[in-house]
Ligand binder design. Structure first.
Ligand SMILES: Cc1ncc(COP(=O)(O)O)c(C=O)c1O
Length: 328
């Protein structure tokens, strides 16, 4: 990768400081030895602080600043029944005295557990789509909130918007300041927001680090296009003349298994290995899928033993308890 802007910083995007950053970067020597693989490190964005943390907290710092600037009285977003993005949005809304309305895809379950339980605990209003088109329900919910004088601020699905991704441009700089020179960063990717920020940041700051996304639920072709459009959003946000080349977008969709939130052998093994060798808890939906992919890439020699790898832990802890039955 070209050494671009080692001495320059990206323009600062207004944010409300919420996340506990810098998050730790830790070696995983026992897992490295067990896999007889490359040197493995972990970036602890599962520990960003608010209501069990996770990658969306960094993004929400920017959305909240924008919402406050627009004098919003409510935050609205959408997600799945197990969405961590929704849980972190509910937490931010609770902390800053805003109403939170979550459009959740699906029907209300008999018992509310995991993230869904926490959303409710933190006072979010939940609108289930019950078979209707989520975007249509979102629009209706937004219009209703407007009519009620709630001055709603809409946060894109997964925070996938230049503002959200900009948080991960800054996170690259944070990792860079922590030292280390890594060859590869492995990150779970779903809306593409996190990966887009990491790609843009590492391109801008001239790191020689490959940003390798392991898809949780979408095809590589779909996510590549989505990430490219997020890179374009970032270029506009930062008012730059150029942007990272499409060839820098690496998304592996080999590990989709039986689909979103379906726990398979790979996820189960990854959860057990990280827990038993490092005392690190992965979530079954996102990070276990990416870690299962990482383990396979090591075993099949696609990641070489001389490489230095960071696994970017993006959080998701509440789902571990919700899905405990499938993990025993
Ligand atoms: C725990 C966790 N990891 C990874 C992701 C994927 O991040 P992104 O949507 O930015 O691709 C999510 C998305 O919600 C998540 O909750």
């Amino acid at each position: 990768m070209k050494q671009l802007h080692k001495l320059m910083n990206l323009p600062l995007i207004p944010k409300v400081a919420i996340a506990h950053v810098p998050t730790a970067i830790e070696p995983m020597p026992r897992l490295t030895a067990a896999l007889k693989g490359p040197e493995l490190w972990i970036k602890r964005d599962d520990q960003t602080g608010l209501a069990m943390g996770g990658n969306k907290t960094r993004m929400l710092e920017r959305f909240l600043a924008d919402a406050q600037q627009k004098q919003a009285r409510s935050l609205i977003t959408r997600g799945s029944l197990v969405s961590n993005h929704c849980r972190q949005t509910a937490a931010v809304a609770a902390k800053f005295g805003l109403k939170c309305i979550l459009v959740i895809k699906g029907f209300p379950p008999r018992i509310r557990q995991g993230n869904l339980f926490l959303n409710q605990l933190m006072g979010a209003q939940i609108v289930f789509t019950e078979g209707r088109c989520p975007d249509k329900v979102l629009l209706e919910t937004f219009e209703d909130a407007q009519k009620m004088g709630l001055n709603p601020y809409l946060i894109a699905y997964g925070g996938a918007h230049g503002l959200g991704s900009s948080a991960y441009c800054d996170a690259v700089q944070e990792l860079n300041n922590q030292g280390g020179n890594y060859d590869i960063i492995i990150v779970p990717t779903s809306s593409g927001a996190t990966q887009a920020g990491l790609i843009f940041g590492s391109w801008f700051y001239g790191l020689n680090t490959q940003i390798y996304g392991i898809s949780v639920d979408e095809s590589s072709a779909y996510l590549t296009d989505k990430i490219l459009s997020l890179l374009e959003n970032l270029q506009t946000l930062y008012q730059l003349d150029n942007l990272p080349d499409r060839s820098l977008i690496m998304v592996n969709d080999d590990y989709l298994g039986d689909g979103y939130a379906a726990i398979g052998d790979r996820e189960r093994e990854a959860i057990h290995l990280f827990a038993q060798y490092e005392g690190i808890l992965l979530d079954p939906v996102y990070t276990a899928r990416a870690a299962g992919g990482l383990i396979d890439l090591i075993r099949t020699g696609k990641i070489k033993s001389h490489e230095k790898v960071v696994f970017w832990h993006t959080g998701g802890l509440p789902s571990l308890f919700e899905m405990a039955e499938s993990l025993q």
